[in-house]
Structures are given as structure tokens and as C-alpha cells.
Ligand binder design. Structure first.
Ligand code: NAD
Length: 422
């Protein structure tokens, strides 16, 4: 029998029926199916309403980073991430930051940008001015779409326009600035952008194509700053090492990608834990890192007059407390409860602080003993489990491999053999 992935009406099946199809296709065992059927805190009916063609859930570990003091308030930070060491590292960095009062944050507010692309305009610069002249009408039309957002204190506030030269000719781009309050805002902004498009077509005589939010959320920037005491970091050498590591990232995109990846370890973990859109925040962060035309670190590191290390971060963080999965996913709801954040902006600022902490931890490890030492312990446990170890045998196999500095699957199997024979 030829196996085909062309399955008409797959979407109409129940999750259990879909799973049956997948079982046959992929030769899954009954045990495999049971694994996929155990959906834990997210009931299958609810999962089935979240995305299409659902067959199960993918559980990701949820950890709590401790020690965070942000604007004088204590926070426990829920982090959803599969990578070992990240949660511990964030907590360690936050502990060092506490010595000098923790993190202080600020932000621009929760404004997102919606773009409306108009092509085929005869006089693009004249059209630009005509759009400005109709600003009030456009903003009014946008706000009519979302009375709930407006009554929550948000809504379309302003607009800008620009003419861009592209390989497909000149285009007039209208940018709508929408205060999204406690929503991430993509649905809200996209609806507004679609609603105002006919007005813009009528004014410009051109044709509107795209009407969509921009993830380069330069009007939703979150900032955090902390002073890390040189003694708590391990001395002046460590401070100098971290500054040199930052200079390396600032000068070289290959290093900078990994520098920013370390920041996103923390950022994405909190974004995911709270049910927010990780891709939206990541595309925004990397685009913002490149906004000067050159890919740059999202953090800065410098020494103050006392020789202590000062770290700052600034990045767009488009997250919400309502909308998307944030208010319906049972674990996301609890993550928000644990955080105790009252607004989407507060959540964004907390996320920026976590990103800064994560970066400090990574740079400190890299500038001192290298990251593998800490990482390896957890990695060894994963390798031991992969080799088939269970219960307390996992730790015994892992410890032996760390001691030997040989963390490999073949060695884990040998050790497991020896231990189980005993
Ligand atoms: P949403 O439409 O589900 O919720 C937002 C709405 O909630 C607002 O429009 C408003 O009517 C209402 N609301 C009630 N109380 C509010 C308050 N206090 N503050 C603000 N709004 C309040 O969700 P959304 O945030 O507009 O969109 C987020 C979703 O869009 C995510 O699931 C995301 O993955 C998805 N998405 C993202 C992109 C992108 O990033 N490019 C594109 C499309 C969709």
C-alpha cells in the first residue's frame, strides 16, 4: 500500500480519528498513541480549538527563575523552555543584580504599528499628503472596529506615511499607530488596517495590497537596567571579560547572533510560558537588533566609575495578557498569576529584565570557566536518560560521565550496563 500525505477532510476528523490515521501512516505503537493522548493540563477539546488538525500536545518543561527584584518588587518568573541551565542561570544573575537593588525598567507603552501598502499611485508624494489630510477620518474608521479596545483606554492614535522605492515601483505605505493596551494586538491592528484600506484607496487612486501589523514594534520598546557589583561577579577580571565579550558581539555578527540568542533564551521562555507569540517577539527583537543596518547586540555592557558592571537592554516586546492563547491556556493563566503582572507593559518590562539577566549569566560563564561546565551536568542527565537509565540510575550514570568528562551515548550505555548488572 502506498502511503500518501494527501488526506482530504483530515481537518474534519476528531483528534482521536486523526491520531488513528497518523498511527497507520507512521507505524505508531499503541504505547506511542497513548503518549500522544496524554495532554495533561491542556484538555484535548480545548487544544482542538486552539489550532488546526490537532492530535495531541507537546509538553514543554516549566521552571521558575528565582531572585528577581524588578523596580523594587519581587517576582517569581515562570519559564517554559526545554534547554537545561537557562532557568538556573537567570536566577543566579538575578541574585547578583539584587546586591545593587535589582532591575529598573521603563518602556514606551503598548503601541503597535499596522502597515497599509498602496501601489500604482501616480503621484505618491502628493498621495502621502492627502492621507495626512484625511488622518482624522482614517483614525475614526479604525477605532470604530474595536469599541472594546477603545473603552479599555486604547485604540488608533496617530498615523504616518512614507514613500518607498521597491523593485516593483514606488509604494505609499501608511502606518497606523494603535495603542493595544493589554493585548498583543495583531488581530486588533490587522482588523483596523483592513477597515481603513478602502479610504486610502479612494484618496490615493492606487491599489491597496497588504494590510498587516509590523512585528518591528519600535513603539513598544521595553528597557531594563541593572548594576552588577564587581565583587559579586568574581572580581574586576570578570567585569573586563564581560565587557570584552560584549565588544566581540558588537563587532562581529557571528558572535552577535549567539549573544542575542542567549538573551532570547530568557525572553522566549517567559513569552511561551505566558501563552504569547514567541515568533512575533523573536522577529521583532532580531529586526530591532538590525535597525541601524548592522546586526547589533540587544544589550550594552559598561563599567561605572566604581568599577561595577552596568547592563542595559532595549528591545520590542509585543506581549499581551488577553487575546491569543494568553487568557485561555490553563498553564499560561497560571504563569500570569505566578508573575502577578497587572498590565501587558509590566509583563514586557519583566521580560526585558529576564533577557538582561540571561545575557549576564551567559557572558559571565563564557568570560570565566566557559559554559560547558554548568551545562554538562544537566546534559549528562539527558544523555543518561536517552541511554535508557531511569530513577536514581540517571544521576549515577550522569555523575560518572561528568567525572570522566566523557558525556556520550555509547559511554552512558556501557555505564548503565555495568550498574544494572551490579
Ligand atoms: P485578540 O483579538 O484575541 O484580543 C484583543 C482584543 O481584546 C482587543 O482587540 C479588544 O477588543 C479586547 N480587549 C479586552 N480588554 C482589553 C484590554 N484591557 N486591552 C486590550 N484589548 C482588550 O488578540 P490580539 O492581541 O489582537 O492578537 C494576538 C494574536 O494574533 C496572537 O495569537 C498572535 O499569535 C496572532 N497573530 C500575530 C501576527 C503577527 O505577529 N504578525 C499576525 C496575525 C495574528
Amino acid at each position: 500500500m502506498r502511503r500518501t500525505s494527501e488526506i482530504s477532510g483530515f481537518y474534519k476528523l476528531t483528534p482521536a480519528e486523526r491520531l488513528k490515521v497518523v498511527k497507520e501512516f507512521a507505524n505508531l505503537t499503541d504505547d506511542d498513541v497513548r503518549t500522544l493522548q496524554s495532554t495533561g493540563a491542556l484538555p484535548i477539546d480545548q487544544a482542538n480549538r486552539m489550532i488546526e488538525n490537532v492530535i495531541g500536545v507537546m509538553p514543554v518543561t516549566l521552571g521558575i527563575a528565582v531572585n528577581f527584584l524588578i523596580n523594587g518588587r519581587d517576582y517569581l518568573i515562570p519559564m517554559a523552555i526545554e534547554e537545561p541551565s537557562v532557568v538556573a542561570a537567570a536566577g543566579n544573575a538575578a541574585k547578583i543584580a539584587r546586591v545593587r537593588g535589582g532591575f529598573t525598567t521603563s518602556s514606551t507603552g503598548p503601541v503597535m504599528i499596522g502597515q497599509i501598502q498602496t501601489a500604482g499611485v501616480k503621484d505618491p508624494h502628493g498621495a502621502r499628503m492627502a492621507i495626512f489630510a484625511a488622518k482624522n477620518q482614517i483614525i475614526e474608521k479604525a477605532n470604530e472596529q474595536d469599541p472594546v479596545l477603545v473603552s479599555s483606554g486604547g485604540g488608533a492614535r496617530d498615523l504616518d506615511t512614507k514613500v518607498i522605492e521597491t523593485q516593483a515601483g514606488s509604494m505609499v505605505i501608511t502606518e497606523l499607530f494603535v495603542d493595544c493596551r493589554d493585548a498583543m494586538g495583531a488581530n486588533a491592528v490587522n482588523t483596523m488596517a483592513e477597515a481603513v484600506a478602502p479610504i486610502i484607496e479612494a484618496i490615493t487612486g492606487g491599489r491597496v495590497y497588504l494590510r498587516i501589523i509590523s512585528n518591528l514594534a519600535t513603539k513598544r520598546l521595553m528597557r531594563a537596567r541593572a548594576i552588577f557589583e564587581k565583587e559579586a561577579l568574581g572580581g574586576e577580571d570578570v567585569v573586563d571579560g564581560i565587557i570584552a565579550a560584549y565588544a566581540f558581539a558588537a563587532a562581529d555578527p557571528f558572535r552577535c547572533a549567539t549573544h542575542n540568542k542567549g538573551i532570547m533564551n530568557g525572553v522566549t521562555a517567559v513569552v511561551l510560558a505566558t501563552g504569547n507569540d514567541t515568533r512575533a517577539v523573536e522577529s521583532g527583537a532580531h529586526a530591532y537588533a538590525s535597525i541601524t543596518g548592522r546586526y547589533r547586540p540587544l544589550t550594552t555592557w559598561e563599567k561605572n566609575s566604581d568599577g561595577h558592571l552596568v547592563g542595559c537592554i532595549e528591545l520590542p516586546v509585543a506581549v499581551g495578557l488577553i487575546g491569543g492563547a494568553t487568557a485561555v491556556h490553563p498553564v499560561a493563566k497560571l504563569a500570569k498569576k505566578i508573575l502577578g503582572v497587572k498590565t501587558a507593559t509590566e509583563l514586557g518590562e519583566v521580560i526585558a529584565a529576564v533577557g538582561l539577566a540571561q545575557n549576564l549569566a551567559a557572558l559571565r560563564a563564557l568570560a570565566t570557566g566557559g559554559i560547558q561546565r554548568g551545562h554538562m551536568k544537566l546534559h549528562a542527565r539527558n544523555v543518561a536518560a536517552m541511554a535508557g537509565a531511569a530513577g536514581n540510575i540517571v544521576d549515577r550514570v550522569a555523575e560518572a560521565m561528568v567525572k570522566e568528562r566523557k558525556i556520550r551515548l555509547d559511554r552512558a550505555r556501557e555505564l548503565l550496563d555495568q550498574l544494572t548488572k551490579k
